[in-house]
Design a protein around this ligand. Structure first.
Ligand code: ZN
Length: 457
């Protein structure tokens, strides 16, 4: 049955190619797709299509935010090793993650995605690379069905590791797969779950974890698999200086040169972090349109340095924002990353390094580009999916900031009057509609305590 949503009487930042903004305007979504955006009142309809009308007085409508990097399973291991470096943090947490179960994944994905929705996210990638021996299919099933239950658009980036401790890697051996097992399980996940259609709610991407934890063969064969299946490639790259040293010592080149040598540059590839890059590396990823998930809060929490996003954008690199895993960034509020993106860009490049509107672009159309979904999401335009965040800016935290984009980006995290994915409401009046928030919190605490108790409840 046909349905229609009209959001009226609201400020709008479309983030389209002309960056159109309206002080007072309307958006119409019909059957999941935006059919009108413009100034003034919405047109009147005389047909009998059931219509929901939302008064956006005091609000700003933006495209739903796009999260390009996450590790949702970490949602229930927050608040650990919080004064540690990246390597110390990984070494402390891998033994904990080694106890991962399907129930843990289900709880963490529902909690983590519920929280993201409450902070304006309508599409999220999730890089999952921990598959303890014997639990691969159970964990995959729990991961996908939990994500589906939340109503968000989801990119299941199927991770893998094949360099455990005995081969000089960081993860314990029982957490890594063999090359053949990792490739077979990744292909199985694509065949079973990947939906390539326009407006897809679930895509699968291929995502070996990082150069430290993955062999060159796994990277090469993953690239071959992804291209054969026409899905995207994702991994961590250039997050810390240790990685630069590792690549120079092991492969005799910098990380980006290494990735190029194994087929990992191109407009179907995106890296998380990209903090430590030479000028040549920036040029290479820019000229090949390789994307970057910028994760400013996580980089700050782990003290790994900060990506120079203005330099990346100038070079033509598609850049989106990511909250990164919740164990390295406990706040995990996607809307907060806009302010972090502005602050950190200015810290790195001076006061003109990034505007508030450019930060909004990173979080919306930039993320859509990074996920290869520029035609579907990331801006409020006729023909795109009805993924909309309607932010309340009339409360104490924002009301006196007259520029709504500045209020959203620089003010405190704004409450949501409405969040829709394909026109379907996921959050209304600050309340999650697809799950009981209190139950998600209780379950997260219970699972966390079970993990801390060595798996015994
Ligand atoms: Zn990460």
């Amino acid at each position: 049955m046909s349905t229609r949503l009209i959001i009226d009487n609201t400020a709008i930042a479309t983030v389209d190619d002309e960056r159109k903004e309206y002080t007072t305007g309307h958006i119409v979504v019909q059957d999941g797709v935006i059919t009108a955006v413009g100034p003034g009142q919405a047109p009147t309809f005389s047909d009998d299509v059931p219509t929901e009308r939302v008064n956006g007085d005091g609000c700003l409508a933006t495209p739903g935010l796009v999260n390009t990097h996450h590790h949702l399973y970490q949602w229930v291991t927050r608040g650990m090793a919080y004064d540690h470096s990246l390597f110390q943090w990984l070494t402390a947490l891998y033994p904990v993650w080694g106890r991962l179960t399907a129930e843990w994944v289900s709880t963490a994905v529902r909690g983590g995605l519920g929280w993201l929705a409450l902070t304006g996210c309508t599409s999220s990638a999730d890089h999952h690379y921990v598959f303890p021996h014997g639990r691969t299919d159970d964990i995959t099933e729990a991961w996908i069905s939990a994500a589906r239950s939340t109503g968000l658009r989801f990119h299941a980036t199927r991770g893998s590791m094949d360099r455990g401790e005995s081969l000089g890697g960081l993860p314990p051996d029982h957490l890594v797969e063999t090359l053949d097992d990792a490739l077979a399980a990744t292909e199985r996940t694509i065949d079973r779950y990947h939906d390539p259609s326009f407006g897809s709610m679930l895509k699968v991407d291929v995502a070996p974890c990082s150069p430290f934890s993955v062999s060159s063969e796994l990277l090469e064969e993953s690239a071959e698999l992804a291209r054969r299946k026409e899905v995207r490639l994702h991994t961590h790259l250039c997050e810390s200086l240790d990685e630069e040293e590792f690549c120079q010592t092991t492969h005799g080149c910098n990380p980006v040169e290494y990735m190029e040598s194994v087929g990992w540059v191109g407009d179907d590839v995106w890296y998380a972090h990209a903090v430590h890059l030479s000028d040549e590396a920036v040029k290479l990823i820019g000229s090949t349109r390789t994307g970057v998930a910028h994760c400013p809060s996580s980089n700050a929490r782990l003290g790994t340095g900060m990506a120079d996003t203005p330099r990346l954008r100038e070079a033509g690199v598609p850049v989106g924002l990511g909250v990164d895993g919740a164990a390295s960034q406990e706040s995990n509020m996607l809307v907060e990353e806009l302010r972090q993106a502005v602050y950190t860009a200015r810290q790195v490049g001076g006061p003109t390094a990034m505007t508030c509107r450019q930060a909004l672009e990173l979080a919306t159309i930039g993320g859509a580009r990074v996920l290869g979904r520029y035609d579907e999401i990331g801006s409020l335009q006729v023909g795109k999916m009805g993924d909309i965040a309607l932010w309340r800016l009339d409360g104490l935290g924002h009301a006196d900031i007259l520029d709504p984009v500045a209020a959203l980006v620089l003010g405190p995290p704004a409450p949501l009057k409405l969040l829709t994915v394909g026109g379907d409401p996921v959050v209304a009046d600050g309340r999650l509609l697809t799950a009981d928030e209190a139950e998600l919190a209780r379950e997260a605490r219970r699972v966390h305590l079970t993990i801390m108790n060595g798996g015994r409840s």
